[in-house]
Design a protein. Structure first.
Ligand code: NDP
Length: 434
């Protein structure tokens, strides 16, 4: 804490991981201390901070802060998204980069952990302004990335449009056509099923968890927060698997739709028109719109937070338990506060942390890298089947690590321990260079 002041999200993420590593660390404490493995693991390899000047539509020069955290490349090139949101700061990106190390290790694919972004807010900006920002951002970032070095991707605020502008500028600066970003368009190296991957993967792991406990998604009521990339495809897959999803939210309000969310309308509102959920509610007679937050008051069997960090609090967790929720799985990164997580686990609610539950997105990003390397494109079914297998493997890994080192169904410990062992063993094998 003293070395990294004013980074509460990073402290929260690091504490959660370190606490759950006790069963592995304590029996070998002297060894881990001598190797300084925990210090090495919690210190980023590199933190790149830079200025992003750009000109708005009024001719006014604007200045944003740009970041890229290259956290750990023990098992592969740094990999992780770029977040564009006014709340972005160093501590938030360090928390995300740190989590990414374990998540990427769990995917079974060779990718290290990183994260980046800016406090630029794409909301309300014209396409030209977004392009001007992206070109300026990449003019610095391109020096630090490469297909075998660091491969950024999308995250909050960074979708297909932004990846396109960033990729165009990379190509212009380097004159080379390489798989240096993922989430690309299908005509220029993108992978089928990447758009769907995080949301679909979340439901594949929930499905696996429920089946493992003699249940299924068929006929279950599900609440989802968020209305972005993760939320939309989580809702779509949940409905394909026979569940009814009754909520969605954005940062100003939420909808309750007892008939089940109309995914086609939601996609049209959010993906085509870039409009607010009020537009969804206006066009859907069965939907109620509420200002503010409140998704978790709705009674549901399964709750899927898919918006942002710390959006499901202890009070929300108490409401979920009162309402008989059986499972919570994190589509977003760290959406559940530590107190809420602890409470849910204590009360016997199955809880799958984001580093396992939302790993489908980065897994398909790694498959996009494979396709770029062989200059081939796989079919949707091929990628989707691989994603499904990866999510099943992740479930098996975290479940058996939980049973071996902590306790049955403690998926938080299972995910942290399984990810840690893979990265720590590799760091030791590669010596003190990393
Ligand atoms: P999007 O930008 O597509 O959507 C984010 C959604 O969350 C929007 O509905 C947004 O509402 C809402 N939201 C954002 N910030 C807040 C806030 N402070 N309070 C309330 N609501 C908020 O992002 P994604 O769907 O891609 O990402 C969602 C989460 O999933 C993030 O935590 C991200 O890191 C994580 N994730 C994403 C992956 C991916 O492949 N996309 C992969 C793994 C994790 P509004 O439009 O009003 O801002």
């Amino acid at each position: 804490v003293a070395q990294n002041p004013a980074q509460p999200e990073f402290h929260q993420a690091a504490k959660e991981v370190l606490d759950s590593l006790r069963p592995v660390i304590e029996p070998n404490e002297e060894h881990y201390r001598k190797e300084a493995l925990l210090e090495r693991l919690t210190t980023p390899d590199r933190q790149i901070l830079f200025k992003v000047p750009w000109v708005d539509d009024n001719g006014q020069v604007q200045v944003n802060n740009g970041f890229r955290i290259q956290f750990n490349n023990a098992i592969g090139p740094y990999k992780g998204g770029l977040r564009l949101h006014p709340t972005v700061n160093l501590g938030i990106l360090k928390f995300l980069g740190f989590e990414q190390i374990f998540k990427n290790a769990l995917t079974t694919l060779p990718i290290g952990g990183g994260k980046g972004g800016s406090d630029f807010d794409p909301k309300g900006k014209s396409d030209r302004e977004v392009m001007a920002f992206c070109q300026s951002f990449m003019t610095e970032l391109y020096k630090h990335i490469g297909p075998d070095v660091d491969v950024p991707a999308g995250d909050i605020g960074t979708g297909g449009r932004e990846i396109g502008y960033l990729y165009g500028q990379y190509k212009r600066l380097t004159t080379s056509y390489q798989g240096v970003l993922t989430g690309k368009g299908l005509n220029w190296g993108g992978s089928l099923a990447r758009t769907e991957a995080t949301g679909y993967g979340l439901l594949y792991i929930v499905d696996e968890l429920l089946k493992d406990h003699g249940q299924s998604l068929e006929g279950k009521t599900v609440t989802v927060s968020g209305a972005g990339n993760v939320a939309i495809y989580a809702i779509e897959k949940a409905q394909q698997l026979g569940a009814k999803v009754v909520t969605a939210s954005d940062s100003t309000g939420w909808v309750y739709d007892p008939e089940g969310i109309d995914v086609a309308l939601l996609k049209d509102v959010k993906e085509n028109r870039r409009a607010r959920l009020t537009a969804y509610a206006e066009e859907r007679p069965s939907a109620e719109y509420h200002e503010g937050r409140g998704v978790w008051v709705v009674k549901a069997d399964v709750a899927l937070p898919c918006a942002t960090q710390n959006e499901l609090t202890l009070d929300d967790a108490k409401t979920l338990v009162e309402n008989g929720t059986v499972a919570v799985a994190e589509g977003a990164n760290m959406p559940t506060t530590p107190e809420a997580t602890e409470y849910l686990q204590e009360k016997g609610v199955f809880f799958v942390p984001g580093k396992a539950a939302n790993a489908g997105g980065v897994a398909v990003s790694a498959l996009e890298m494979s396709q770029n390397s062989e200059r081939l494109s796989w079919t949707f079914e091929e990628v989707d089947n691989k994603l499904h297998d990866i999510m099943k493997d992740i479930y098996q890994n975290i479940s058996s690590a939980a049973e071996k080192y902590a306790k049955k169904d403690d998926f938080v410990s299972g995910a942290n321990i399984a990810g840690f062992l893979k990265v720590a063993d590799t760091m030791e094998a590669q010596g003190t260079a990393i």
